[in-house]
Design a binder for this molecule. Sequence first.
Ligand code: FAD
Ligand code: FES
Length: 313
Amino acid sequence: MPEVSVAQQRIRVAPASNLLDSLLAAGVPVAHSCRAGSCHACMVRCVGGVLVDAQSQALSLSQREQGWRLACQCQVQDDVSIELFDPIRDAQSARVHSCDWLSEQVLRLRLQLQRPLRYSAGQYVQLWIADDIARPYSLASLAGEDPWLELHIDCAANGAFTSRARHLQAGDSLAVGELRGAALHYDPQWQAYPLWLLAAGTGLAPLYAVLREALRQEHSAPIHLLHVARSAAEHYLREELEELARQYPQLQLQYCQATELAPALAQLRLVSRQTRALLCGAPERVEEFSRRLYLAGLPRNQIFADLYLPRAR
Ligand SMILES: Cc1cc2nc3c(=O)[nH]c(=O)nc-3n(C[C@H](O)[C@H](O)[C@H](O)COP(=O)(O)OP(=O)(O)OC[C@H]3O[C@@H](n4cnc5c(N)ncnc54)[C@H](O)[C@@H]3O)c2cc1C
Ligand code: FES
């Protein structure tokens, strides 16, 4: 039986075992979330032997050359030696500048990094709140304008990350890992095309950044922002958005609660085949948005989406 060496532990596993499952079964505190190769919370470094990797393209060539692998995507066939991701060594340390509640459930976290991060509107980062707890969160801030990284965290799940995030205070430390995501973005060539921003819950965070980027780039065509929330009280950032709508008449805002989403989407009318649509939030909401856009006749290559996949059980 192949053997996995990790942090002075040697674990015997059945051939072709999944590496993440084997580590967790042996009580090794390895971070993980989606189990689908998407969140990158389960990165480990292979420092001896070879792992069978089902999704080698999920990491960059330089990450792979350094030995990084996604534990949830690897099978153990032969003896291997691995190191766990260490947020202190392998990520960048961040200090909480401030945290405040934008609604009953949405926490706004502003982080200051030791070194500046070059990012674009719509991207997300891996946040580490403990050695074995990492989750991806979208950036709501705008590089070059905001002196911090801003994140909007929906704490309703009260899960491993969010139950701790609730208690963060200014001055606390977190680690910021990989910067990822290219689906949600603003292309300056879209200036004259209508823009639809469809956000569910904290899916508003990256779309708020994209909206501000579009306005910064003098987007001239109509922008329609729809925010769907669990309740009226969860339409956070309303004042900021309404202020933008006063300044920029091309911006139109629409709010609806989850139960009213179907009729609200049915009202969306495609006035131009050039429309670009950006969607973000829980997978079932993004699917609902996508279905409506498909029925409205919007070509698939004009739809850009990020899904907030929850932790797989
Ligand atoms: C690319 C990406 C970007 C993200 N950006 C953001 C963001 O900007 N803001 C934000 O608030 N979240 C965001 N998320 C979701 C976030 O990463 C966490 O999944 C979420 O905060 C819950 O983490 P947790 O550790 O508290 O819960 P966990 O401990 O991971 O989960 C607790 C339990 O609740 C379930 N659960 C968790 N979330 C949901 C859900 N939405 N629907 C149904 N069941 C759920 C889990 O399956 C689990 O059973 C993003 C996710 C992805 C993939
Ligand atoms: S990529 Fe492995 S748990 Fe998300």
